[in-house]
Design a protein around this ligand. Structure first.
Ligand SMILES: Nc1nc2c(ncn2[C@@H]2O[C@H](COP(=O)(O)OP(=O)(O)OP(=O)(O)O)[C@@H](O)[C@H]2O)c(=O)[nH]1
Length: 526
């Protein structure tokens, strides 16, 4: 007997562009879970997983977290969703618990459609889990940039994420004016008119009362995902990227008994699409071997009525495509009239693609041992973001700072917006205090980033030198007690005997600090 829908474990898909606030939302939800048993599946695009350590504190057990770190879940890792859910299932069974809810956080570059599709195409998943809703975080501060990128075609996932959402959380409204919130609202509505739109400030220094306060049942167990709506957004939603997935959906439906109405419709659509594609593929193979297939194929040709005389192969292929479309449109015809009207305004309609178009976008993960020199790190980040803030979509990491080695610092950057502070919990017993940072963006120079970051590691001063700070700018300068030399540049061991420069003979406070003294990336007192 198939499980009734109410007995399936609800899965909430959390999407949103890089840095929009997905992990912050996860933690917000987890803090409200009470006695409910909630599991989290994390998928990070960065080469080093930073988010795990930021989420785990709010779970009842570390066992409730599974991460998929082999790449972006919407491209190549859909089988990993099955693996992650199976892993959670076996962990739950071994502890004799059952999950009340699962949160699946996709990468900021994920197209949610193929991820959602997996919940219908995979028989085991559809028999045991139900997609409760797709939540999309939108960064009110950076939305325009992300959508402009989408227009340029480089990173169009921001649009898809908004288009597919059941609930859109317009986040970070504490960082923008009311006018900008209104513009962001309009932009969101130009893409998705039907989703529930909620304005929030999930983190930061927002005044109490800024944005809606989100209770558990506002977001969880709301059963708001609708396959009909997904098909309105993308008529090709049910087009699997691989035949196997669609065929698996068909087999699964037979094995597990009759699925619920929406899923049955979805599985049927997938089944028809798969068989039509298989038929089409077969004919293409026949065409590739004319001496074997020509007679049989010709014998099957009829008349389609759209032109005089017998059909050609092209007619039948067109017919197959049309049958697939009309099957899907039958599914769409179930939709509510008002939703249909709303759906017709949605943008964009596009054919499903195999991989998202992320030309030039990548991630660079860097590890550096040894405590960081706070000042050098500040300068490194300021120079980098001063030059490339638009291309560096996201930076994040955990850091160990010279003089405060016992504190585990978390560094978060979204374009040029940066924050930094102690992690909720410090270094774990046995955990090496190490610096790890991830940059995600366009046209990243791995070598320069690695060299720049590693050059921030603290090195002891050569003998005779001491560090002082300019009282106005707080900028460090260096004094050689033996020679009386003073200089801004940090003397390195290998350069201990370097000749004093003209600048180094000036009084430090008479020099222009290289940077403004305000707004250090790393605060003087953490
Ligand atoms: N001021 C402010 N900052 C916020 C808000 N929500 C999140 N942030 C900050 O934005 C940064 C990114 O938040 P995350 O929750 O890590 O974003 P994310 O979407 O999970 O990021 P990725 O997984 O890397 O794509 C963090 O520094 C958060 O503290 C908000 O409402 N206001």
């Amino acid at each position: 007997m198939p499980k009734p829908e109410a007995q399936k474990i609800p899965v909430t898909l959390v999407t949103g562009f890089l840095g929009a606030g997905k992990t912050t939302l996860l933690n917000h939800i987890l803090r409200q879970k009470g006695n409910k048993r909630v599991a989290v599946i994390e998928n990070e695009v960065g080469e080093i997983n930073i988010d795990n350590s930021l989420v785990v504190d709010n779970l009842l057990s570390k066992e409730d977290l599974v991460s998929m770190d082999r790449g972006c879940v919407c491209c190549s890792l859909r089988n990993d969703i099955v693996g992650a859910l199976r892993e959670l299932q076996s962990r739950a069974a071994s502890r004799d618990i059952a999950y009340d809810a699962i949160l699946l956080e996709t990468t900021g570059l994920a197209d949610p459609a193929p991820v959602a599709f997996t919940f219908f195409a995979n028989s085991w998943i559809s028999a045991n889990y139900r997609l409760d809703s797709i939540l999309c975080l939108v960064d009110a501060e950076h939305l325009r940039e992300h959508l402009e990128d989408a227009e340029g075609g480089d990173v169009n996932e921001a649009v898809n994420q908004i288009a597919f959402a059941d609930i859109i959380l317009l986040n970070k409204i504490d960082l923008v004016s009311e006018e900008e919130v209104q513009k962001a609202r309009d932009m969101v509505r130009s893409i998705n008119v039907t989703a529930d739109l909620v304005e929030v400030a999930l983190a930061g220094d927002a005044q109490p009362g800024v944005g809606e306060q989100l209770a558990w049942d506002r977001l969880m167990g709301i059963n708001s995902f609708s396959i009909e709506r997904a098909l309105q957004v993308d008529p090709y939603f049910m087009d699997s990227d691989s035949e196997e997935e669609a065929e698996e959906g068909e087999g699964g439906a037979q094995q597990q008994g009759a699925p619920p109405a929406a899923a049955a419709q979805a599985v049927e659509a997938a089944r028809v699409a798969a068989s039509l594609r298989a038929a089409k593929r077969g004919r293409e193979e026949e065409r590739a071997q004319p001496q074997v297939g020509a007679t049989a194929a010709a014998g099957q040709l009829g008349e389609c009525g759209s032109h005089p005389g017998p059909c050609t192969e092209a007619c039948r292929d067109a017919e197959a495509d049309e049958a697939a479309r009309s099957h899907k449109s039958a599914a769409r015809s179930q939709r509510q009239p008002e939703a249909a009207a709303a759906g017709s305004q949605r943008q964009p309609k596009r054919r499903r693609k195999k991989l998202h178009d992320l030309s030039g976008v990548g991630s660079v993960g860097i590890t550096a041992r040894g405590a960081l020199d706070k000042y050098r790190f500040n300068m490194f980040m300021r120079d980098l973001l001063g030059e490339k803030a638009r291309d560096i979509f996201r930076s994040k990491g955990v850091l160990c700072i010279k003089g405060q080695e016992a504190v585990k610092f978390v560094f978060q950057g979204v374009h040029e917006t940066i924050c930094f502070g102690p992690a909720a919990s410090g270094w774990q017993a046995g955990e090496e205090p190490i610096n790890q940072i991830v940059f995600i963006g366009r046209d990243l120079d791995r070598k320069a980033l690695a060299e720049g970051f590693r050059s921030c590691v603290w090195v002891d001063l050569p003998e005779g030198w001491t560090e002082h700070h300019d009282p106005r700018s707080k900028q460090p300068y260096y004094v050689n007690g033996a020679t009386g030399a003073k200089q801004w540049d940090r003397p390195l061991i290998a350069c201990a005997l370097v000749q004093s420069t003209e600048a180094s003979h000036q009084q430090p406070h008479a020099l222009q600090p290289r940077r403004g003294s305000d707004g250090d990336v790393v605060p003087a007192q953490a």
